[in-house]
Design a protein around this ligand. Structure first.
Ligand SMILES: C[S@@+](CC[C@H](N)C(=O)[O-])C[C@H]1O[C@@H](n2cnc3c(N)ncnc32)[C@H](O)[C@@H]1O
Length: 274
């Protein structure tokens, strides 16, 4: 039985916890979201209600409960070939111009992995038809704060809505093995990809330098200050001439000192200024 009531003080405390831990801002009137996502955690953690949950969240240290609350409150919406123009810009714009022999890509809010696998599929197709070097040595690192989403990413197996969203019948046949309504990414498109839990609020130092960063549909959850901080740290994590893709509804306004907006292969991408 899911606890249905949440006082304004409890809502505020949960909101502040999420903002400080993950940068995620719920905004006003999202009590229903908290109840639907956290209600099921109460019995799992033997908690009597939201007041006890809030008290435990305030305890020092990265407890299992804190991780579970952040995990449950993330919105992992994603789909195959999302904003396909970005992948066309990557292949026919960025890579056609730079002709690299090595490429490091970061899918910085990878969710359940569709963005990372879509990148690999597009790179492999481009390698096969000679639009990029056939010997291109690429590495794709997918990170996300949600361990549950990343578990699905690592499994590379998708059922239900995730098995169809964004895919044509032809793409399903070419890039996946189908089994009883579920799909599994073919091994050649899993090659070179790894996933790890990572919070964008933490320093990026351990990740190394990237040539391309996809940071799509996550900055919308953050405050202007956090967005500015993350965008400037992404700029530092890019190799000279590196490119950043933001979600199609996200903009770089206010960060023109860090990135130059480019119109390439009929779409927009940001190149780090050096
Ligand atoms: C809407 S999904 C976007 C997925 C994918 N980039 C796309 O555009 O389809 C947003 C993702 O950001 C992740 N996220 C939220 N806050 C984060 C943080 N502080 N650090 C890392 N990932 C975070 C969520 O877990 C979620 O999977």
């Amino acid at each position: 039985m899911v606890a249905k009531t949440l006082t304004p003080i409890e809502y505020k405390a949960i909101h502040e916890f999420l903002e400080s831990q993950a940068g995620i801002r719920l905004g006003a009137g999202k009590e229903y979201l908290v109840v639907s996502r956290l209600g099921r955690l109460l019995p799992t953690f033997g908690l009597s209600g939201y007041s006890e949950l809030v008290a435990k969240l305030a305890e020092f240290g990265g407890t299992r409960l804190q991780t579970a609350v952040v995990d449950a409150m993330t919105t992992n919406e994603t789909f195959w070939f999302r904003d396909m123009a970005h992948f066309r810009i990557l292949i026919d714009g960025v890579l056609a111009e730079s002709k690299p022999s090595r490429l490091r890509v970061w899918s910085a809010a990878a969710s359940t992995g569709q963005e990372a696998y879509t990148t690999a599929i597009c790179l492999q197709d481009a390698m096969q038809n000679g639009r990029v070097a056939r010997t291109l040595n690429y590495e794709i690192i997918g990170t996300d704060i949600s361990p549950t989403a990343l578990q699905e990413a690592q499994g590379a197996s998708y059922c239900g809505v995730a098995a169809g969203r964004g895919l044509s019948d032809d793409q399903r046949r070419r890039y996946f093995k189908e089994q009883g309504g579920c799909i599994e990414v073919l091994p050649q498109y899993r090659k070179g990809i790894s996933f790890r839990v990572f919070n964008l609020l933490k320093p990026f130092d351990g990740l190394g330098k990237f040539d391309v960063v996809f940071c799509r549909n996550v900055l919308i959850y953050f405050s202007q200050e956090r967005k500015r901080d993350i965008v400037s740290r992404i700029a530092r994590s890019l190799s000279p001439g590196g490119h950043l893709f933001l979600g199609s509804t996200e903009s770089m306004s206010g960060h023109e000192d860090l990135f130059e907006m480019r119109n390439l292969a009929g779409g927009l991408v940001y190149r780090v200024r050096t």
